[in-house]
Design a protein around this ligand. Structure first.
Ligand code: ZN
Ligand code: ZN
Length: 151
């Protein structure tokens, strides 16, 4: 199976969070939960339609209304979004992403202990190699010499 890129907009994610919180929902129930966003009913319908197309929601007609159910759970979505973010940066800069995430997260003592445990169990590689040329065909990193050796 081909790994499909997990691609969700901020607006779509907002809708998913509403549906995750409700378990399942009809259009009007979603609409009632998004009062903060000032979106029209048509916008909500469009976003729901996109999420069905992306296979993140299922839809089924019950009576005269469509009901929407999540096809991916919140934790899976968080995993996929995190992997996506790491894939978007140079392999040598992934630790910057992790450092920023740790610095900017609200963590309890037990959260920190769990992270420390995960880090202590992490198997280190000898060296991390830039993958910019392979992934974007250009590299802004300061290691041209290393790339030259590969050619
Ligand atoms: Zn590079
Ligand atoms: Zn790079």
């Amino acid at each position: 199976m081909i790994e499909v890129e997990f691609n969700i907009s901020n607006a779509e994610l907002h809708i998913m969070r509403v549906i995750w919180s409700l378990g399942e929902a009809r259009v009007d129930e979603v609409y009632n939960q998004i009062s903060l966003m000032d979106w029209s009913l048509a916008t909500v319908k469009t976003l729901l339609g996109r999420l069905v197309k992306k296979e993140m929601l299922s839809t089924e007609k019950e009576g005269r209304k469509f009901i929407y159910r999540p096809l991916i759970d919140e934790n899976d979505a968080i995993d996929r979004m995190s992997q996506n973010l790491l894939k978007k940066v140079c392999a040598t800069k992934q630790r910057n992403v992790l450092g920023q995430m740790i610095a900017n997260s609200e963590l309890t003592k037990s959260d920190i202990e769990q992270l420390q445990e995960a880090l202590s169990e992490k198997v280190a590689v000898a060296e991390v190699h830039c993958n910019c040329l392979e992934t974007v065909g250009a590299c802004a990193c300061k290691h041209e010499a290393e790339h030259m050796e590969k050619m």
